[in-house]
Design a protein. Structure first.
Length: 81
């Protein structure tokens, strides 16, 4: 699931992020642990990859989160489960 577009042109809002987390929690359970995979540095951004384990599933969830390097604000989120 990639992050939806905000009507104002932003990639993701706090409300959208919370809704994604709620959807995952409803289906996968409560977050049990996070395993970092890699942090990819770009000119203007930082892309963090990690695996997360939830209580209701034996499968891990893949998170890819893009941050602005200066403000550290989340620019993009991709979640696969």
């Amino acid at each position: 699931m990639s992050s939806p577009r905000d009507p104002r042109g932003l990639l993701i809002t706090e409300e959208m992020y919370i809704n994604m987390c709620t959807d995952i929690e409803n289906e996968m359970g409560v977050l049990e642990g996070i395993e970092p995979i890699e942090c990819l540095m770009r000119k203007d951004s930082k892309f963090t990859l990690c695996k997360a384990k939830y209580t209701k599933s034996e499968y891990k969830v893949f998170w890819a989160i893009g941050f602005d390097r200066e403000t550290l604000k989340v620019q993009d989120v991709s979640v696969q489960w």
